[in-house]
Design a protein around this ligand. Structure first.
Ligand code: 5RP
Length: 223
């Protein structure tokens, strides 16, 4: 079992009968979805799932999980998702999979948001390895980009996977990948949120309960 598989299986222990579980997006979250489907079958559990993206929705449906849409729930019990960066202080960067609004809705509405990853996700400062994604309105996107660039070093409109158009989120928005120089992450997060045209950004603060990180076969816990 590699580290991503290990951590995806470790978190299964938190899944209890009759829960509503939020499914994350990405290779680590996919491993959790597969492991969850096997657990539900083996233990005949009654679990409803919601998804953080259309990709994880399809994955859930393919795995035969009891998928419900987000408009049917007001809170969820457990949300398990990967991350792009994780600090010891439990600051999380997400968003390589586009759907920032949807991911943050699940994180905010879950009784327990558990982040899973391997050691490549550990950083000492958010933004160390990846730009910070910002989901913005396509209407007047250039104006929004221009305003963000007052506080960013650099912002690039994210292309789609084929590279022939812009990436579009579940809510029809664009994503900017931005590099910032900052001292205070929480202040930066608030500044980005206050810009007109910004729907959401990939900085997740005070949302995760625990990060489980597999490091060469050993699970490290940040909480
Ligand atoms: C999607 C995310 C993913 O959780 C993040 O990109 C990690 O992906 P992976 O598990 O493939 O490394 O935030 O928006």
């Amino acid at each position: 079992m590699n580290d991503k598989e290990l951590v995806a299986h470790e978190v299964l222990g938190l899944v209890k009968n009759n829960m509503t579980v939020g499914l994350g997006t990405g290779s680590t979250a996919n491993l959790f979805i597969e492991a969850l489907a096997k657990k539900i079958k083996a233990e005949s559990l009654n679990i409803a799932v919601v998804a953080s993206s259309t990709v994880s929705q399809l994955k859930a449906q393919e795995a035969g999980l009891n998928y419900i849409s987000l408009d049917q729930i007001s809170e969820i019990d457990l949300y398990v998702d990967g991350a792009d960066e994780i600090t010891k202080e439990l600051e999380i960067l997400k968003g390589r999979g586009y759907d920032l609004v949807r991911e943050k809705l699940l994180a905010q509405s879950s009784k327990s948001f558990i982040v899973i990853g391997d050691k490549s996700k550990i950083v000492s400062k958010i933004g160390e390895n990846y730009p910070i994604p910002v989901e913005i309105t396509p209407i007047a996107w250039k104006i929004t980009k221009n305003i963000i660039e007052n506080i960013a070093e650099n912002c690039v409109l994210r292309p789609n996977a084929a590279g022939d158009a812009f990436a579009i989120t579940s809510y029809g928005n664009y994503v900017l990948d931005c590099e910032f120089k900052y001292e205070d992450l929480s202040k930066l997060a608030n500044e980005i949120s206050s810009i007109p045209g910004v729907f959401e950004h990939g900085i997740f603060l005070n949302l995760a309960k625990v990060a489980l990180i597999a490091n060469d076969g050993v699970i490290i816990k940040y909480n």
